[in-house]
Design a binder for this molecule. Structure first.
Ligand code: NAD
Length: 285
């Protein structure tokens, strides 16, 4: 018996990283999964995003687990595409029980230097895309008598973000959205919660600009990415967190084990959120 037997789950941003781990975790527990990722490049964010090839490879891994899978290139910046894939899922599986609104991007730049398109793009994907995903699945959940919507926020929602104000603003918005969805949809037996990952070991932070950020200066290395997060964790020996750790939280929030849990923002951050504050500026006054 799997913890997700008989359920159908949509996961956005599932070609790699946490989305891939969420899809495989839900599938391993018996869910049929609908996985989507961006069909092409997203402006000039400095590093490649997930590809359709990677998405299809995740679909293959899911199939090997013996559950159903739909894998489609869908950009969360478009409501029509999301509605289309949800309709396709309902046609094949009859319903959607769970949505994990995980797709996101992370770019760096000081708020006064950001170009407007970078601001708008981050809000469009990381916040509006989450709203669109929830909007796409809700009618089916209402018809089906309930569901669970899990939104990916971040520990960035709870603190100042040096060099990524736009990202932090979007992730803070996700918490507000989550609370409102939980309130409006609760009477319809639809739960909504958020996971707030700490520093997770995914391609999102595995390139030169994040290396510089982790190092606190230009010329950062992959080793800085491994060393620096150790100072961001309370728990012994923790640094970069494995995506599976976030997937375990997603599984709990998606499954009936959390039947009485809604409106919660759950950090998966090795205790980062309770650390005393420090000044992240490389030129502290
Ligand atoms: N990695 C971290 O340290 C960290 C920390 C906190 C929160 N998060 C959040 O976790 C989520 C997953 O990120 P990840 O760490 O797996 O990074 P990732 O970059 O490996 O995965 C993100 C996925 O989202 C996809 N995506 C981006 N824009 C999209 C769009 N418009 N439509 C559809 N898909 C799109 C990408 O192609 C990629 O496959 C994101 O929302 C991210 O902001 C990450």
């Amino acid at each position: 018996m799997g913890r997700m037997d008989g359920k159908v789950a949509l996961v956005t941003g599932a070609a790699r990283g946490q989305g891939r781990a969420h899809a495989l975790t839900l599938a391993r527990e018996g869910a049929d999964v609908v996985i989507v990722d961006v069909p092409g490049p997203v402006s000039d964010i400095g590093s490649p995003l997930g590809s359709d090839e990677q998405l299809q490879s995740v679909a293959g891994e899911v199939e090997e687990l013996g559950v159903g899978v739909i894998a489609e290139p869908v950009d969360v910046r478009g409501q029509e595409a999301l509605d289309w894939v949800v309709a396709k899922a309902i046609e094949r599986f009859g319903k959607i029980d769970v949505a994990v609104a995980n797709a996101g991007i992370w770019t760096l730049g000081k708020y006064w230097e950001l170009e407007e398109r970078h601001w708008l793009e981050t809000i469009d994907i990381n916040l509006s895309g989450v709203w669109r995903t929830a909007k796409a699945v809700t009618p089916s959940m209402i018809e089906n008598g309930g569901g669970s919507i899990v939104l990916t926020s971040s520990i960035s929602a709870f603190e100042g973000n040096y060099d990524y104000a736009h990202y932090g603003a979007a992730k803070t918005g996700v918490i507000g959205l989550m609370r409102s969805i939980a309130l409006e949809a609760g009477p319809l037996n639809i739960r909504c919660n958020a996971v707030c990952p700490g520093v997770i070991d995914t391609p999102m932070n595995d390139w030169q600009l994040p290396y510089d950020m982790f190092a606190g200066e230009a010329g950062g290395t992959p080793q800085d990415r491994i060393e620096s997060p150790r100072h961001w964790a309370v728990l012994k020996g923790r640094g970069l967190i494995d995506p599976q750790s976030v997937s375990n939280a997603v599984l709990y929030l998606a499954s009936d084990e959390s039947a009485d849990v809604t409106g919660v923002a759950l950090p998966v951050d090795a205790g980062h959120g309770i650390l005393p504050g420090y000044n992240g500026s490389p030129i502290a006054p």
